[in-house]
Design a protein around this ligand. Structure first.
Ligand code: ATP
Ligand code: MG
Ligand code: MG
Ligand code: MG
Length: 476
């Protein structure tokens, strides 16, 4: 079953259960300044859960484009390293706004996954988790659905704080949240990794395919949970992970859509197609994120969303460079992506020329400093270097336009640590110098989105702090 068909089936199934089919919203949330990107299907419905917005329907189904590359949900560092993480992915979701709750959510999910006229997955390959104290969900899975108790795993507050659990889903630091139940698929003993909750759960044998969240609370800035007006349901299933299961492959990168993108990445970097080259996976992943960000109105810049885009483009370009492609190539993948996803996302097709032009411009700009920056980095890494000094990280960032995470990505490939504290000290020193000279500068005169190599006093330093926060995941 091709990804497009799976997407269609999901929408059809929930339509047959009286759900309104709603279009994907953009990657930039229209209704929420606390959130940088659409990280899940529920984002466009946040106000429905909170009771601030009433719609003509109480059940909805979507295939939502999502981005997890900054803030609380950030999978950028996982791309190329796990079989299941992307920056950009599609989330299939069904939603109840004060309509059905746990019982229907669970039984719908089971029917869709295992029903003979739907996906007909083998039941014995599925296992589920519930929030530790959620006896109600446990009993529905066990007594009504018939899952044996040894395949229902209770997960408590495993993230070191109350309500910080893999089975307590939160959108961000604030907003709708609640206990959840997750469905995992067992890809078999040939793949390393243990079941959820076990010491080796980080392996890729048991892959989480679907999360059903029982939205019950709104978390405020102080961390206090307030009950929502009506208990609701929010679910999310990664289309790429589900496609892998249905196409009998293990990794997301082996599904139809990704094979096409990997082939395009191989073509443009002059390599043979391969599943074992992480850099090809990174490029294939990043072209989706970048193309959809630009489609949704983001352009490369040195701040906020634009800087996330810039970081992702530069990361991809650097991976191409690593593969020996020192010319412009990244923008040439856009037509391949449009071929794969343009039917499902007409807005991408419409934006094709604009996307290519923006990517090409950023590639051209970065090409001016990438080569020299790489030389500086190579010199600093020569010999038995364990830690890359903060001064070098800063110089690469400030003079050569190397985002910190890109430098860290290169260092990780070589088992070298990055001295972030040292970087921070350099940045502070720069800020001091900027302050000292700031009486001669006027913020408004600075073309801030210009060259990555310029230093513009305090205008830049406020962005620097955010750059670091972004990298550390402390920026929403
Ligand atoms: P994981 O534990 O594997 O990182 P998650 O618990 O962070 O996943 P949720 O926030 O529960 O994921 O999102 C709902 C679903 O979206 C997941 O069950 C999965 O199928 C899919 N998903 C989440 N993150 C990614 C990603 N980075 N790439 C592809 N699919 C994803
Ligand atoms: Mg995750
Ligand atoms: Mg998880
Ligand atoms: Mg989850």
């Amino acid at each position: 079953m091709k990804s497009a068909e799976i997407r269609q089936k999901f929408l059809q199934f929930f339509e047959s259960k009286q759900h309104q089919v709603v279009a994907s919203s953009p990657l930039v949330p229209g209704n929420d300044p606390t959130l940088m990107f659409t990280v899940a299907g529920m984002v466009q419905f946040k106000d429905c859960f909170l009771g601030h917005e009433k719609r003509s329907y109480t059940r909805a189904v979507t295939s939502q484009r999502c981005l997890r590359a900054g803030g609380k949900h950030n999978d950028l560092e996982n791309v190329g390293y796990t079989a299941r993480h992307h920056t950009f992915f599609e989330m299939l979701g069904n939603f109840s706004f004060g309509d059905y709750f746990k019982r229907d959510a669970i039984t719908y999910a089971w029917e869709f996954l295992t029903g003979s006229q739907w996906l007909a997955l083998p039941k014995e390959k599925l296992l589920v988790t519930v929030y530790a104290s959620d006896d109600e969900a446990f009993d529905i899975w066990n007594k009504e659905v018939g899952i044996p108790v040894d395949r229902i795993i209770r997960i408590g507050d495993n993230k070191g704080a109350p309500y910080a659990s893999d089975n307590f889903w939160t959108m961000g630091d604030t907003g709708p949240c609640g206990p959840c139940t997750e469905i995992f698929y067992d890809h078999g003993p040939s793949i390393a990794g243990g079941p959820p909750g076990s010491p080796d759960e980080d392996g890729d044998r048991f892959i989480e395919i679907w999360n059903n969240v029982f939205m019950q609370f709104n978390r405020d800035e102080s961390g206090t949970l307030h009950p929502l007006p009506k208990p609701s349901v929010d679910t999310g299933m990664g289309l790429e992970r589900l496609s892998a299961v249905l196409q009998h492959v293990h990794s997301n990168y082996e599904i139809d859509l990704f094979v096409a993108l990997l082939k395009a990445a191989a073509r443009e970097t002059g390599l043979p197609y391969s599943q074992s080259e992480p850099s090809l996976k990174v490029i294939a992943d990043h072209i989706r994120a970048c193309a959809f960000l630009i489609t949704d109105g983001v352009l490369p810049s040195n701040e906020g969303r634009g800087y996330v885009l810039r970081r992702i483009i530069r990361r991809a370009v650097r991976h191409g460079y690593k593969l020996g492609q020192h010319g412009l190539f990244f923008h040439k993948l856009v037509p391949d992506l449009v071929r794969e996803m343009g039917d499902a996302y007409p807005e991408l097709k419409e934006a094709e020329a604009r996307v290519m032009a923006a990517l090409k411009a950023e590639e051209e700009q970065f090409a001016k400093t990438l080569e020299n920056g790489m030389q500086v980095l190579e010199e600093a890494l020569a010999g038995e270097v364990r830690t890359l000094p903060g001064q070098v990280v800063f110089k690469l960032y400030d003079t050569y336009g190397f985002p910190i995470d890109m430098t860290a990505d290169i260092c990780r490939e070589r088992n070298v640590e990055v001295d972030l504290d040292g970087f921070e000290r350099e940045m502070e020193a720069q800020r001091e110098r900027g302050r000292a000279g700031s009486s001669f500068k006027v913020a408004g005169q600075v073309d801030y989105d210009g060259e990555a190599t310029c230093f513009e006093g305090y205008v830049k330093s406020s962005a620097d702090a955010r750059v670091l926060a972004l990298y550390k995941g402390t920026e929403p």
